[in-house]
Write a protein that binds this ligand. Structure first.
Ligand SMILES: [Zn+2]
Length: 292
């Protein structure tokens, strides 16, 4: 690829504990969280080491519940030059909560994060990408600049929907009705069907040689690439929970052995393609400046 227009890559990590994941919800209740072994710090450090090795800034959407218990980890992420952003407080699917409850969940988390790093937090990602028009209103009210929860891969029924008008500025972002920027997760359009190449379980399941080709095609279309993973996906020795549906089990545990190595291969591939890595905050500031 010529060095002229660099494709932009946004690496993001949703920082939560392994036991807070939706797929395990049927087997681990909220009241059990405090008794479970915390592994978020060790796993996040594996990510930080990898990013440091390749000098890549990333965005960390952090759960307020985690930040409250591990403020040093959040400060470490921030100190290393990454963006600290908000993933809500209690990892509840935002679009299923009552309006006042979802507002409270986001406000509480934002305040904890801002108190921890002494800087304002301007980005949000809803748990399970459960975005809605009401959540976008909350974000506006709370002075968030952007949301990164919209997943065009709508075949997953947990993902949220936006009914309000989305003004598409490029393949990389939209401006929502109330002026909040929406930076969607990446998918690759194949004959009109979106293939999820944004990360998570799809990244672990799709063979790397195929995944790599899809990402390359996406970038060659001049698109922005927004990719996500979770710290628990870097922990192959994770406790195996019984009593969950087979497909949830598959989605949660498949390929954990290879996440770290696969991400490193992806980073090398993206670098070879001449990509520029940005935090989402910096990306939005850049397009905002270009729009004005
Ligand atoms: Zn999450």
């Amino acid at each position: 690829m010529s060095g002229k227009t660099k494709s932009i890559c946004l690496l993001t990590f949703d920082v939560e504990e392994w036991f807070q994941v939706e797929n395990l919800k049927g087997a681990i209740s909220r009241s059990e969280w405090k008794h479970k072994k915390s592994t978020v710090s060790q796993n996040t450090h594996r990510i930080l080491e990898l990013l440091d090795k390749y000098h890549i800034p990333a965005t960390f959407f952090i759960l307020g519940w985690v930040a409250k218990r591990q403020p040093d980890l959040i400060r470490e992420i921030f100190k290393q030059g990454h963006e600290v952003a908000c993933h809500g407080y209690g990892h509840e699917r935002a679009n299923l909560l009552k309006e006042d409850h979802s507002l409270e969940d986001i406000t509480r988390s934002k305040h904890i994060l801002e108190d921890t790093i002494s800087e304002s937090v301007v980005g949000y990602r809803a748990p399970n990408f459960s975005i809605s028009d009401v959540i976008l209103e909350h974000l506006k009210e709370l002075n968030f600049i952007y949301d990164s929860s919209y997943n065009p891969f709508q075949l997953n029924r947990r993902y949220g929907k936006i009914a309000g008008k989305l003004q598409q500025k490029s393949d990389g972002y939209y401006i929502t009705q109330n002026g909040v920027y929406e930076v969607p997760l990446s998918s690759y359009q194949f004959k009109g069907i979106p293939i999820p190449i944004g990360g998570g379980a799809y990244f672990r399941i799709i063979p790397f040689r195929i995944f790599k080709k899809l990402v390359k095609s996406k970038l060659q279309q001049g698109s922005v690439y927004n990719f996500y993973l979770h710290p628990w996906e870097f922990e192959p020795q994770q406790e195996r929970i019984k009593g969950i549906k087979l497909n949830y089990r598959f989605r949660h545990y498949y390929g954990l052995n290879h996440t770290a190595a696969k991400l490193e291969k992806l980073i090398i591939h993206l670098k070879e393609l001449g990509s520029q890595f940005l935090t989402i905050k910096n990306f939005v500031q850049k397009v905002e400046a270009e729009d004005n």
